[in-house]
Design a protein around this ligand. Structure first.
Ligand code: 26A
Length: 373
């Protein structure tokens, strides 16, 4: 990693970064294409499990070479932030739900040991902790995820509000909020409540679209969130899908901006980035950015002035062992630098470095060494 100097970091022992997301147990294994076909699962997709998929998890337990690892997109991201910055305890708070089972206990213990605050993680009786089958095909280059959210979906907004008897006053200590789009599947009302409250406190909000089916299934909620969002993350398919959803609602606006954009010879994706940069929060005290990841192709970033910058992925393709969690690591690297107020270029340098570290391993493994520069 070049030119990323984190220096010494001192902060009060309190929550600065609040994250909304699911806590899961990942079960990762290489499988044959036929295995996916037998469950009618398309390669390289992310989906929630139906009844007919439940046998997968039992089969995974008995499979040789299967790897169990802590998972959930948000959990991966905050572990990366914590690993890079070595924050004191309880600076990062995760909000989500696990079952009152061994797996849930282990996930909480792991997070606590790493210094993450879990007081907002709800423990749900009679529901197993969520699990995600990460099925690798084509030598790890295709990754299919089938997720049984289990207890994660039982996150209770009522309990969340009850626990915070004094309203959301505790949030006044929060300096950044990161929302995974996946959490919209669980509790859109909590997302909205937290985001609006954070926006009132002028706290930067970072949103990850996470999956195409979130942009299609939760387009209304995402659209409502956009004006509060300072930084929007998504991959190429997610932003294209989301733009398609919004076009229905804001047809005239989009058509005009697209025409202007195209007349300047910008490509379609840049136009989409510029379109979203005009939809997210304007005049925030921090940078407003739309970040589009594109696998091996350069990351595209649009700022609120509609300026586009590309950040090349500067690591060799042959380091890639498994892509599971690379996107989460990317956001983790970005957030580590961003919450330290580093420049946007440095945020990207850190994000790309963190993603490359994740790609080197089977499953989501944190980097062993974090260079100070
Ligand atoms: C709501 N869904 C389906 C999900 C997930 C999820 N995290 C939150 N919600 N489905 C898969 N994941 C996680 O994505 C990571 C890789 O990016 C997996 O647990 C895996 O660790």
């Amino acid at each position: 990693m070049q030119n990323v100097d984190f220096g010494d970091y001192h902060c009060e022992n309190e929550s600065r970064l609040l994250v909304l997301g699911n806590l899961l147990l990942d079960m990762i294994a290489e499988v044959e294409d036929d295995y996916l076909k037998s469950y009618e699962v398309l390669p390289d997709t992310i989906q929630t499990a139906e009844k007919r998929h439940m046998k997968i998890y039992e089969e995974m337990k008995g499979r040789s070479g299967v790897k169990f690892s802590p998972g959930g997109s948000a959990l991966n991201t905050i572990r990366m932030v914590q690993c890079i910055l070595g924050y004191p305890k309880n600076v990062i708070t995760l909000l989500g739900a696990v079952g009152s089972d061994e797996t849930g206990k282990n996930l909480i213990e792991l997070l606590e040991n790493e210094g993450i605050n879990t007081k907002m993680v709800q423990k749900v009786d009679n529901w197993p902790t969520g699990r995600c089958a990460c099925l690798l095909t084509d030598g790890g280059s295709a990754r299919t995820m089938v997720t049984d959210l289990g207890a994660a979906t039982k996150f209770s907004h009522e309990e969340f509000m009850k626990k915070n008897v004094k309203g959301l006053e505790w949030m006044e200590k929060i300096k950044y909020v990161y929302v995974t789009g996946y959490f919209l599947k669980v509790s859109p009302v909590t997302v909205m409540e937290v985001v609006k409250h954070a926006a009132n406190l002028d706290v930067p909000i970072i949103l990850n679209l996470n999956a195409v089916w979130i942009t299609t299934g939760h387009s209304k909620e995402l659209k409502d969130l956009l004006p509060f969002v300072d930084i929007l993350f998504g991959n190429e398919s997610e932003v294209i899908s989301f733009a398609g959803q919004l076009r229905v609602a804001v047809d005239s606006y989009t058509t005009t901006s697209d025409t202007q954009c195209r007349s300047k010879n910008k490509n379609h994706l840049s136009c989409i980035a510029i379109f979203f940069s005009s939809k997210i929060k304007q005049n925030g005290h921090k940078a407003s950015l739309v970040v589009i990841t594109r696998g091996e192709k350069p990351v595209l970033c649009a700022n609120s002035n509609g300026e586009i910058k590309e950040y090349p992925i500067n690591f060799p393709r042959n380091i890639i062992v498994d892509t599971t969690g690379a996107g989460d690591g990317f956001v983790g690297g970005f957030l580590a630098a961003y919450t330290k107020n580093l420049t946007v270029d440095k945020c990207f340098a850190c994000a790309i470095w963190a993603a490359s570290e994740v790609l080197k391993n089977f499953g989501f493994i944190l980097p062993k060494h974090v260079p100070s520069q």
